[in-house]
Ligand binder design. Structure first.
Ligand code: PXL
Length: 294
C-alpha cells in the first residue's frame, strides 16, 4: 500500500543574511525547517555580522534583487503559504516588500511582518523613524505582527518603558497595535510586575488574548526575536492555532536562553544557543501535529 504525506507548506523568508551573529536568515532557515515547513529565502542584504555590538561590519543591500526574485518565483509558479519578513535594510526595502507581497501572496497566504528596527528604547544602527513609518503601512497588510516592546511603542507612538510594565501600558500597546490593522498582534519582551518576562498575543478580530511567561533573564539575547517569530510563523503556517503556536515558540526561545546561560564564556553578540534546543522543539512540534493531517 502506498502512503502519502500532507502537502509541504512553504514560507518565503524576507530577511538579511548576517554571516556571523545568528539572526535573521541564519535563524529563520533552521527554525522554519525544524517546524516541518519549507523555507525559501529572499536575502535583503548580506552583512558580515549583525549591527549590534560589532563595529566595522560589511553590508551590501540587495534591494535591486527583491522584485526580480519575486517575479521569477511567480513565473515559475512557486506558491507560498506564508511570507515572513524581518530585518529590512532601508525604508525603500519596506516599500518594495509591499510590491513583493502583491506579486507573491495568494488570497490565503499568511503574511507575517516582524517590524525589526529597534530594542531597549533605541533604533538599530542605520535605522530611524522612516522605517517605522514604512512598517506601519506593512502592519495593515499583515496577518501577524511580532514587535518587541520598543518596536510596539515606536509603531503606536506611545513612550517606551523598560519595565516592569503596568497592565494598562501593555493594554495600550496592544490596542495601538490592533489599530494598525493586523489580524493577530504578538508582543514580545513584556515584563509585568512579578511575572518574569514573556510574550502576549491578541486576536484582533475576537479580542482573545494569550500570554506566556518565563523567568526574567539578565542581558541582551541577539536573535531571540528572530527565533520567536520564525517558530511562530512556521507553526501558524503549518496550521497550529494561535495559543499553542505562542506557547511552543516561546518555549523554544526560553530553552535557547537557558542553554546560552550554560555557556557564560560565549559573548552574547554571537547569538543564542538555539541549535541544542531544536531536538526537543522538533519533538513538541511532532506531538502537536500528530494525527492532525497537517
Ligand atoms: O535580530 C535582529 C537583527 C537582524 N538583522 C540585523 C541586525 C539585527 C539586530 O541588531 O542588526 C542586520
Amino acid at each position: 500500500m502506498s502512503q502519502t504525506l500532507p502537502p509541504l507548506k512553504r514560507i518565503a523568508a524576507v530577511h538579511d543574511l548576517s554571516g556571523v551573529g545568528k539572526c535573521s536568515l541564519t535563524v529563520a532557515l533552521p527554525v522554519i525547517s525544524a517546524t516541518g515547513v519549507e523555507c525559501a529565502c529572499m536575502p535583503t542584504a548580506v552583512l558580515s555580522t549583525h549591527t549590534g555590538e560589532f563595529t566595522g561590519y560589511t553590508m551590501r543591500p540587495l534591494t535591486d534583487e527583491m522584485l526580480p526574485m519575486a517575479e521569477h518565483w511567480r513565473r515559475e509558479g512557486v506558491r507560498f503559504q506564508g511570507i515572513y519578513s524581518g530585518y529590512l535594510a532601508s525604508p525603500a526595502q519596506a516599500a518594495l516588500l509591499e510590491e513583493v507581497l502583491s506579486i507573491l501572496a495568494d488570497k490565503d497566504t499568511l503574511v507575517i511582518i516582524d517590524p525589526v528596527m529597534a530594542d531597549h528604547g533605541r533604533y538599530y544602527r542605520g535605522l530611524d523613524g522612516r522605517i517605522c513609518h514604512a512598517f506601519r503601512r506593512l502592519c495593515a497588510r499583515a496577518d501577524i505582527i511580532t514587535p518587541n516592546i520598543t518596536e510596539a511603542a515606536f509603531l503606536t507612538g506611545l513612550s517606551y518603558r523598560s519595565g516592569p510594565h503596568e497592565a494598562e501600558y501593555l493594554d495600550e500597546l496592544l490596542s495601538g497595535l490592533r489599530e494598525l490593522g493586523p489580524r493577530y498582534a504578538a508582543l514580545t519582551g513584556a515584563r509585568p510586575e512579578g511575572a518574569g518576562v514573556g510574550n502576549l498575543a491578541l486576536d484582533c478580530r475576537t479580542g482573545a488574548r494569550y500570554a506566556v511567561f518565563g523567568p526574567e533573564r539578565e542581558g541582551v539575547y541577539y536573535g531571540g526575536g528572530d527565533v520567536f517569530a520564525s517558530a511562530l510563523a512556521a507553526l501558524l503556517v503549518r496550521g497550529a492555532a494561535l495559543r499553542p503556536a505562542l506557547e511552543l515558540a516561546s518555549s523554544l526561545v526560553e530553552e535557547s536562553v537557558a542553554r546560552s546561560l550554560l555557556r557564560p564564556e560565549r559573548p552574547r553578540r554571537f547569538g543564542m544557543d538555539f541549535e541544542g534546543a531544536l531536538p526537543a522543539y522538533v519533538r513538541k512540534v511532532e506531538a502537536l501535529f500528530a494525527g492532525t493531517g497537517k
